[in-house]
Design a protein around this ligand. Structure first.
Ligand SMILES: NC(=O)c1ccc[n+]([C@@H]2O[C@H](COP(=O)([O-])OP(=O)(O)OC[C@H]3O[C@@H](n4cnc5c(N)ncnc54)[C@H](OP(=O)(O)O)[C@@H]3O)[C@@H](O)[C@H]2O)c1
Length: 309
């Protein structure tokens, strides 16, 4: 890429970078709408017809073909339902993407992202893979986080355009798998904490407690768990040292047994906690009951119980 600034790569100095958005589902439309609102010349394309109308009324150009869509902008964003769909779109125009920046905001796995990055590298296409940590209405917001991996030079060159979509856009690594791992790691935390919270609401409401009455206790508990204990947990994991004089696996195992017994008595499903109980039991059975809760990572890294001798 040349040394022009982001704003100078359009049809004249001082103009916003023209951007093409491929895929006009909920997220693709939000991306295109935000680019239009921030005065980026915006070209849109979607597999099915009929999804571009509102964007065209806001000033977007609807490309008549994929080839035209790619040709009209130095930055091409693709955001569709999955990597298979994404590849079906970009592979036929791979040669035409040379000299453009391809920004893939489609969700998937690190393996899928790395395969696309390798394909782009072979063609000489600058490539960024991004994980959007937000819903469509939040696109364009100052707090919106989009995690990127791939070409650091391309990220830096086009940072103003990328910041338009998410004010907290962050480049993590040249390995495009990294932002995808962050994405899935954070989603895993979202689901486990939300499921734990819902179980808690089921438990306390079984005793006639209104959910709202429990909220201040849950909020304070989340704060307690998250800070500063998360930093301590990360330090334990980094050091591989799990000695504790505070709260052992054995103590937590006993409390887990109480939680499962109380849930059963209250008629509340225990499936959520059975796998965690199994991890605690294994640590005790394998002689590591005196370690801290963070020591469970040893089992998460070695998911299968050892084969019987
Ligand atoms: N929505 C969210 O809250 C959110 C948040 C973070 C990340 N994301 C990610 O953003 C991506 C798009 O999500 P979305 O909410 O916009 O989904 P969506 O509303 O269901 O839109 C899906 C898009 O994919 C296109 N598509 C599907 N299969 C295709 C194929 N074989 N060839 C070409 N185009 C195809 C659809 O085109 P047609 O109109 O022709 O069917 C449509 O444009 C996903 O990877 C999602 O995980 C979404």
């Amino acid at each position: 890429m040349d040394g022009d600034t982001n704003e100078s790569r359009g049809s004249g100095r001082g103009e916003r970078t023209p951007v093409t958005v491929l895929g006009l589902g909920l997220m693709g439309s939000a991306l295109a709408r935000t680019l239009l609102a921030k005065q980026h010349p915006t070209t849109v394309w979607n597999r099915s017809s009929g999804r571009a109308g509102e964007l065209v009324s806001r000033g977007a150009v609807e490309a008549s073909s994929l080839a035209e869509a790619v040709a009209l902008s130095p930055v091409v964003i693709v955001c569709v339902s999955g990597y298979e769909a994404m590849r079906q779109i970009v592979e036929p125009v791979g040669e035409r993407l040379s000299g453009h920046l391809l920004v893939n905001l489609t969700s998937g796995t690190p393996t899928e992202a790395r395969a696309v990055a390798a394909w782009a590298a072979e063609l000489g296409v600058d490539y960024l893979d991004g994980a959007i940590m937000a819903t469509p209405p939040l696109i364009g917001g100052p707090e919106t986080l989009i995690l990127y991996g791939g070409s650091q030079g391309a990220f830096e060159e086009h940072a103003p355009t990328l910041m338009t979509l998410g004010g907290q856009s962050t480049f993590l690594a040249e390995d495009v798998g990294v932002p995808l791992f962050y994405d899935l790691a954070l989603l895993g935390m979202l689901w486990t904490t939300t499921a734990g919270y819902l179980h808690a609401l089921a438990l306390v409401s079984s005793a006639g407690v209104e959910p709202a009455e429990f909220v201040p206790f849950a909020t304070a508990w989340f704060e307690h768990v998250l800070s500063p204990d998360l930093g301590d947990t990360a330090a334990e994991v980094a050091a591989g040292e799990f000695a504790t004089e505070v709260s052992s696996i054995e103590v937590n195992k006993a409390a887990m047994d109480h939680l499962i017994a109380a849930s059963r008595t209250a008629g509340i499903a225990t499936e959520l906690f059975e796998p965690i109980k199994a991890l605690l039991d294994r640590q005790v059975d394998e002689g590591r009951g005196a370690g801290s809760l963070a020591s469970l990572i040893e089992l998460l890294r070695r998911p299968e119980p050892p084969a019987a001798q």
